[in-house]
Design a protein around this ligand. Structure first.
Ligand code: CO
Length: 474
């Protein structure tokens, strides 16, 4: 037993991934506020509370300023580390951004209260993560708690051997990351695979290893336990009322399972029980309102049978239904691994799962492979998202890209600085420095939010209000 002294640390996800997985990220800040004081006393290693989906839901559905939410969480959780999820060079948005925007976002996130930034890239291309690691390391002077955790997008397929993951883990450590996360967003990890992978990565790197997996196929707590025995330092869990199903393993159960062992988390079950009581109330409210569909809490091991993430499977089915071809699901499921091989074996995570899935559907329903090629698939094959895990056949690339030169450098190297342009574009709405970042990530969605914010401040018809003096015409 090499890791005998290990004490396991807990990342509490109830304020981010748990409600993202179960109720489409719709937990408003007002539902969090009453329990933050108790959560701050729990002794979690960190509390995950921010990311692309929370940011998007705040602006789009909850009419909340995500920055204001972060500042409030920081104020109400003075003793806890706050954690966010960050999609590498895509940041919280859906395209690659220039480094100046990325630097500014990292600086502002940390200044407003984030400690740990978990960063991942859909292709596991370390070049798409370098700029964020550098940006986090640059703010450490002023904010010593700032921590760059790089997440490995876990996936299945012949390319993704233990050696592949160990090689990537070594790149991550060499790039200056503070810790590594095995991120199994699609619940494809099994307990013994998790043990094997964790052990191999722990032997290859010195930085701590965190395991993130979902309960969808019913294996999460077994994966975590085997991972812990293999040396994992940190695990992600969710308070039980919003655990299980598409969410995570219950925090209390994991704490109880490890109590009194060499892996003891140090968390107090009585304190967790206080927090549980509060979230039971929210659970009931969400079920009663229809926000939480009990179906989300069921176990579904189909992902393991078809070797594609659950979300992708339901997308494929709905695309086929729209085309009136749902009888061709078997053909599409056979086509997915072929399209994936053609396009360099991308991990099947957002956005690559949609890109590969949609192309496979087209290949089947048109009756001719690559007769119709989506813009996104062409982008993936051309290298617009970065380097794929396997090289792409140049002949295939030529056929798909139709004369456009492939991109072999880091895609963001081709993007000139854009922060000043973005500032000009949204100048009329800016009320705080951070607004330009909301605009950069979510464009018109942010503008609609800014508009509502202005109307709330100055009266319903914002256009006629006198902004200088804050007077609303009667
Ligand atoms: Co997740």
């Amino acid at each position: 037993m090499i890791y005998k002294m290990a004490k396991v640390k807990i990342v509490e996800t109830v304020l981010r991934d748990a409600h993202q997985s179960l109720i489409a990220t719709r937990m408003p800040l007002s539902d969090m506020l009453p329990i933050l004081g108790e959560m701050d006393k729990a002794g979690y290693y960190s509390i995950e509370c921010w990311g692309g989906a929370t940011f998007d839901a705040c602006l789009r559905f909850l009419n909340e300023d995500p920055w204001e939410r972060l500042r409030t969480l920081r104020r109400e959780l003075p003793n806890s580390k706050l954690q966010m999820l960050f999609r590498g060079q895509n940041m919280l948005g859906y395209r690659h951004y220039a480094d100046d925007v990325l630097d500014y976002f990292v600086r502002k996130s940390v200044a407003n209260g984030i400690d740990i930034i978990r960063i991942f890239d859909a292709l596991n291309d370390i070049r798409n993560l370098d700029a964020t690691i550098k940006a986090v390391n640059a703010v450490k002077k002023e904010n010593p708690n700032a921590h760059a955790q790089i997440a490995i997008s876990y996936t299945l397929g012949e390319t993704f051997t233990t050696d592949y993951y160990v090689g990537y883990a070594k790149q991550i450590e060499a790039a200056g990351a503070d810790s590594i996360c095995i991120k199994d967003m699609a619940a494809l990890l099994t307990p013994y695979r998790c043990a094997e992978l964790t052990k191999a990565i722990k032997e290859a790197v010195k930085i701590p290893v965190n395991i993130h997996t979902h309960y969808t196929s019913g294996l999460a707590s077994m994966c975590l336990l085997k991972g812990i025995e293999a040396g994992a330092d940190i695990i992600d869990t969710a308070m039980s009322p919003l655990a299980l199903g598409t969410s995570h393993a219950p925090t209390e159960s994991m704490v109880a399972a490890l109590q009194g062992t060499e892996y003891d988390t140090g968390l107090d079950l009585k304190q967790l029980s206080v927090i549980r009581d509060y979230f039971m109330g929210l659970r009931k409210k969400y079920i009663d309102s229809g926000l939480l569909d009990p179906k989300m809490l069921a176990t579904d091991a189909n992902a393991l049978i078809y070797q594609v993430p659950g979300g992708m499977l339901s997308n494929l089915l709905s695309q086929l239904k729209q085309a009136g071809k749902e009888d061709q699901l078997e053909d599409v499921l056979k086509e997915v691994p072929k399209v994936r091989r053609d396009s360099g074996m991308p991990p099947l995570v957002t956005p690559t799962s949609q890109i590969v899935g949609t192309q496979a559907v087209f290949n089947v329903i048109t009756g001719e492979r690559y007769k119709m090629v989506t813009k996104e698939f062409k982008g993936l094959v051309r290298g617009e998202y970065g380097r794929t895990p396997e090289p792409i056949d140049p002949e295939f690339q030529k056929m798909i890209c139709k004369g456009e030169e492939p991109i072999t450098c880091r895609p963001a190297d081709l993007i000139p600085p854009e922060l000043e342009t973005l500032r000009k574009e949204c100048a009329e709405w800016i009320e705080q420095d951070e607004d330009v970042l909301s605009y950069a990530m979510f464009g018109q969605v942010a503008v609609k939010f800014f508009e509502k914010r202005r109307n709330a401040k100055y009266g319903i018809d914002g256009k006629r209000a006198d902004f200088e003096n804050g007077v609303h015409p009667v």
